[in-house]
Design a protein around this ligand. Structure first.
Ligand code: ANZ
Ligand code: ZN
Length: 807
């Protein structure tokens, strides 16, 4: 028999597809649309098996929807700015643009080897001026809307990457890229005001179909807390200290105030005091400790007394003002009221420094609680609020403070504004000109893009290469014409990737970042496939961008990604594959050895998308053999027959398989069970095909090929043509079935009462327990045996019997 020559056939069809471009998305269409997107890669040089997995998943979804009658947009591009190319330039002298474009070339060929159904006519490359001019234009939109601003302050700094980091890029106190411990530096930086969207970013989560885990991570990151701002007068100063608390009900238990070491009032109130030197020394030391370390549970609470007292707004008592490590400068107001009786950290601190502990909440049972008592309860020793339930007291006290002018209800967020500037070369230059008299002036739109200069030196030390490019830096103010300097910071690459999905909808637009009409046709993305590692970063930033563009009237959608499929890792021998572990599998070798289809099919078959997938030689051999088996089945000559039973059994499994594979791919994204179903169907065809008529054989085999097409696109195309079709299988319609074939045969069920057979019942074989129970209880043969009895239990053995136990 003819063997399936995988290499030759796969190559042949890839070339044909390149010529015929069956995957071009229509401009707009009468059909329903489906936008299928996988996270675009950073062009590091090579695809790895994780890429092969994510692009396979997306490709199956895209191909299925195309066949199911949707107008499909399935684009690909390159997240091409970023530090690795610049670091390589420092080492090797090769300009980032040259190495990046070389990498893109190579990786694109790898993708083409995978036979992915991308519409390459929409390719987007973020480091090219035709893209980044619009990243710059979007920056200006944010600037105009008051959502981009510059401010000085302590920022996260990675000493090894020598760059600032956004809060989202610090994971457990470490740099997300290189795992170095992150420190702080005082720098002037550009920010996007994402905090202005905090509530809407939370609200929007309710409207999208994402894994709960990812939504929970975003919710936690945004970290909304309801509480109150409370003001304390500083005795001897005109200023007040504002604290943020989630427990205004405990206000009568506040026995001291703590300022963060960086709090601006610290320097002011210690001036000329005996405590000045001690406090200064403390502040200098603590400032160097990362936030993560300062707030870790097992970090010792340390602090110093400032010598200054504040006045309690309700009792009028003076309480001491301290500076301590456990209060962070950029959360809430950077100051807290210490309530040792009801807060764990305050309790430890008060015990250590012998500060008074006043209990003001007790359990409703009036039992003496162990301190700190952090649960809700009833207020005591709290003036006119005593006796009140602590939950009710929260708003009662906050409202009372407001009426007295000493505070108000307040919401606080953990999320900070997004730090977007980088002192690096390989990014989109921030389109601002600093003029000595006009201040920061936006570069006029008709002067965009602000191009990256080519002739710069990559020395690796000190300032960004842009800051040293004097010709480039020196310019004139667009407003007044005076000599002025360009902003030398570039934007973080996460800005580039926050809007690329919009660019795909009209990649050729030269007058605007994207065409609103086309974006409105395609958006939102119907399925977004990617990794967990971007759960907060990219996924949050993109949502923010979409909301801003929605508010600016550029798009109707206000969430970018309707549904999210998060794929697990690719592991090999139990470990995540990585270069440093020496356990990498190269896609080149694997695809050359097994072919694209067998590799894809194995990845789909071995695990559901969200689970980790373990590569194994045996596994891929299995799917390879299965594809050979399918090939032989379709191409070999068949004798025929007209056995009614065989025909019926094949028609049944055909209908079941069409339904199952369609739902598994199209709805449940359970590709592994779809493959199993195809294997069963193949077995059934091997068994019974020769017992049915020739034209029915063609139809049954055609179904197998169509169902296989999204997952094994090359083999399916080959077999589709062998079955006599001229058009591509990928443009063929997804098969339909007659639901009558789904009805299982009927079976007879024995109905018993207390173990004695009392009747027989005919039901469909696929009825579930409930349906059978109801039908049995209603059956007339039972009526005389149930009258006047109490039913204790009904035992159902599906397809066999029902036993009603009565007393
Ligand atoms: C008094 C109090 C009494 C508090 C009590 C808690 C329990 P979340 O839920 O995370 O928002 N806090 C406020 N600002 C802080 C800062 N910059 N650094 C460290 N801690 C800060 O926590 C809010 C609570 O954390 C606030 O409520 C405050 O302590 C503390 F029985 O105020 B609480
Ligand atoms: Zn000027």
């Amino acid at each position: 028999p003819e063997r399936y020559d995988v290499g030759a056939v796969e190559n042949y069809w890839r070339q044909r597809w390149d010529e015929t471009q069956p995957y071009r998305a229509p401009l707009t269409s009468q059909q329903p649309k489906f936008y299928c997107l996988e996270q675009f890669p950073y062009p590091s040089g090579h695809l790895h098996m994780g890429h092969v997995r994510v692009y396979t998943l997306g490709d199956v979804i895209a191909r299925y929807h195309r066949m199911a009658g949707y107008a499909v947009l399935h684009p690909m591009g390159w997240d091409a700015f970023g530090m690795p190319a610049e670091n390589a330039a420092i080492k090797s002298g090769i300009p980032p643009k040259v190495s990046t474009m070389g990498n893109i070339d190579y990786m694109k060929r790898q993708m083409q080897q995978m036979g992915l159904s991308f519409d390459w006519s929409r390719e987007v490359t973020t480091c090219l001026p035709d893209y980044y001019r619009f990243t710059q234009e979007l920056f200006l939109l944010f600037f105009e809307r008051g959502l981009a601003y510059q401010r000085a302050g302590a920022v996260n700094w990675c000493p090894s990457c020598e760059t600032v980091l956004a809060n989202e890029q610090v994971e457990d106190g470490l740099c997300w890229r290189c795992d170095s411990v992150v420190t702080k530096r005082d720098l002037t930086q550009w920010y996007f005001r994402i905090t202005a969207y905090a509530d809407r970013l939370l609200e929007g989560l309710k409207t999208i179909d994402w894994p709960e885990e990812i939504k929970a991570q975003q919710t936690h990151w945004i970290g909304r807390s309801e509480g109150a701002a409370v003001e304390f007068e500083l005795i001897g100063f005109p200023d007040r200290v504002r604290v943020f608390t989630t427990r205004p009900d405990t206000l009568y238990g506040a026995t001291y105030i703590v300022l963060a070491p960086e709090h601006p009032l610290v320097q002011k109130i210690i001036q000329g005091r005996p405590e000045e030197a001690t406090v200064r020394g403390f502040v200098e030391r603590e400032r160097l400790v990362s936030d993560m370390e300062r707030t870790a549970e097992n970090t010792e609470k340390r602090g110093v007394f400032t010598g200054v007292f504040a006045r309690h707004p309700l009792t009028g008592d003076p309480i001491p003002v301290w500076v301590a490590n456990y209060v962070l400068a950029d959360y809430g107001t950077g100051a807290v009221m210490g309530v040792p009786a009801h807060d764990q950290r305050d309790y430890l601190y008060a015990v250590k420094y012998q500060l008074p502990i006043r209990r003001v909440v007790q359990p409703a049972s009036h039992e003496e609680p162990e301190l700190p008592y952090v649960a809700p309860g009833v207020l005591v020793d709290s003036g006119r609020f005593s006796g009140m339930d602590s939950e009710a007291a929260k708003s009662a006290i906050a409202d009372h403070l407001k009426s007295m002018g000493f505070g108000e209800p307040r919401v606080s967020y953990r999320m900070r504004d997004w730090l977007i500037s980088r002192q690096r070369y390989w990014g989109a230059p921030i389109p601002i000109i600093h003029c000595p008299s006009c201040g920061p002036v936006p570069v006029p739109k008709d002067q965009l893009p602000v191009l990256l200069p080519d002739n710069v030196a990559f020395t690796g030390r000190g300032a960004s290469p842009l800051a040293q490019a004097e010709d480039w830096v020196n310019t004139v103010c667009p407003r007044c014409g005076a000599p002025a300097r360009r902003e030398t910071d570039t934007m973080d690459t996460f800005v580039d990737s926050s809007w690329y999905y919009l660019r795909y909808t009209s990649p050729e637009s030269v007058s605007e970042p994207f065409n609103s009409e086309l974006a409105n046709y395609w958006m939102p993305v119907d399925e977004y496939v990617g990794g967990k590692e971007h759960a907060v970063l990219h996924m949050l930033y993109s949502r923010f961008f979409t909301k801003v563009l929605h508010d600016a009237g550029w798009i109707d959608a206000d969430e970018p990604f309707k549904s999210l499929l998060v794929q697990g890792m690719v592991v090999y021998g139990g470990a995540k594959m990585s270069k440093s572990k020496g356990n990498t599998l190269s896609p080149e070798t694997i695809l050359a050895e097994w072919g694209t289809d067998a590799t894809r099919l194995f990845m789909l078959f071995a695990a559901p998308p969200e689970k980790d997938f373990e590569w194994s030689q045996q596994g891929v051999e299995g799917t390879y053999r299965f594809l050979q088996r399918v090939f032989r089945l379709v191409v070999r000559p068949h004798s025929s027959g007209s056995d009614a039973k065989a025909r019926e059994s094949l028609k049944r499994i055909q209908a079941r398989t069409i339904k199952k594979v369609g739902e598994d791919i199209g709805v449940r994204r359970a590709f592994n069970t779809a493959v199993s179903a195809l294997m069963e169907y193949t077995n059934a065809l091997y068994q019974d095909l020769e017992h049915v008529e020739a034209d029915e054989q063609q139809e049954l085999l055609g179904t197998l090929v169509l169902l296989l097409a999204p997952m094994a696109p090359h083999l399916a195309e080959e077999l589709w043509h062998r079955l006599g079709h001229q058009e591509s299988v990928h443009l063929a319609a997804w098969p339909t079935y007659d639901p009558a074939w789904l009805k299982e045969q009927e079976v007879e069920i024995v109905v018993q009462v207390n173990g004695k057979v009392r009747g027989r019942l005919t039901v469909d074989a696929d009825w579930d327990e409930n349906a059978i129970r109801e039908a049995a209880l209603a059956h007339e043969s039972l009526t005389p045996h149930l009258e006047g009895r109490t039913i204790k239990k009904v035992v159902v053995v599906p397809a066999r019997l029902v036993n009603v136990v009565v007393s």
